[in-house]
Design a protein around this ligand. Sequence first.
Ligand code: TRP
Length: 455
Amino acid sequence: MMKTTSVHGMWSSRLMFVMAATGSAVGLGNIWRFPYITSENGGGAFVLVYLACIALIGLPVLFAEIVIGRRGRMSPINSLKELATSAGASTAWSGIGWMGIIAGFLVLSFYSVVAGWTLSYGFDYLQQLAFGAPAITDPGAHFGALLADPARLIFWHAVFMILTMGVVALGVEEGLERAVSILMPMLFVLLLILLGYGMSTGHFQEAVGFLFSPDWSRVDGSMIVTAMGQAFFTLSLGMCAIMTYGAYLPSHVNVPATGVTVALADTAVALVAGLAIFPIVLSFGLDPEGGGAGFIFTALPLAFNSMPFGIAYGMAFFLLLSVAAWTSSISLLEPPTAYFVESTDMSRKTIALLVAAATWLMGLASVFSLNIWSQVTIGGRDIMGAIEFLAADIMLPVGGLLIALFAGWVLSTSITREELDEKMPSWAFQLWLWLTRVVAPLAILLVLGGILGLF
Ligand code: TRP
């Protein structure tokens, strides 16, 4: 039987789903992670590989997640179990949902720490604006001091986790729909202003060259893994977050058009962020390949110091970036919450609290890896880097691979066709089907197999 609604609530319109899914997709991944890993991977060639991953792997998997979620109408674990059963396949497929919960737990643990940095910066600028606190004249030292201070990191990490928990505890319709539809467009406007500033620095051409002219000698296995991981991370794919949002999507909404809108919006934000940030980096004589997780936190304050109204602007920028992170983190907490609401007697509030508390505790590992445990390394990465790598670059693609196989081979084409769009031209459906059945899984396998040294 096909269900038309979910017990957790429904998006009130197509636009609200687009807002929520875009809110999930657009976040620190676009504005913090994309610039810093692009920098570390030498620019152009990385960006092109990343764009190819979005188109050939990301989009088909995005459609697949929405289709599975909407057909199942429950949390990922239960949707997968039910759809597998009615297709006569093994219920072991629900393991995708369990893996997604673990991946989401790991992603949110460090994501919340970084979101804490942005809150802390927003607060710094607020203090400058309101109480005349001294400007950030040495951004490197300022950032270093933040990382060296576990108490401050833990405080902001906690504030952010409480904000995330609050919305998920209330259920998604009330707070989230409203926040997303006002604040995300504001962030985009701020990014465009920053882009204007970047263009005025006289280094715009150079930045465009760095971002888009490929140096193919930079391409190697680890770079491709990073680009693919980023494609999953930025579109919120591979851990069933979009699947969960799909479960709340009304049946009449056209999935392909909606999915393409979300992916285009997300990609546009990342590219605009890159085009805004690299001219600034170049104009202050910083190394565009200097990278590192502090990339925007050390480069942007330089621009804010020399822009008109830079302090107010800096405050608005970091606060809106925190909001973008917030609308993303909600989608990381919602899948486990929905699952435990379905399978236990506890209330949504209690569950949100428990999951958030556990994730917050896990986040302490990332906090301490920035200071007291900074000497500890796992496979050549510090603890936070190792968690980021394992969750984003390995677990998300593996999740995406299994999701694609499930949607492509386990679900019947009559189901996927009906969910995608009955009026979709046949060639477009076939294109999606074979990208999902063969191209995306094979590409993921090749890339991951390469990095694991299998061939
Ligand atoms: N896409 C978000 C960003 O770019 C982060 C995010 C939200 C995410 N939900 C996710 C990443 C699910 C992976 C999986 O900031």
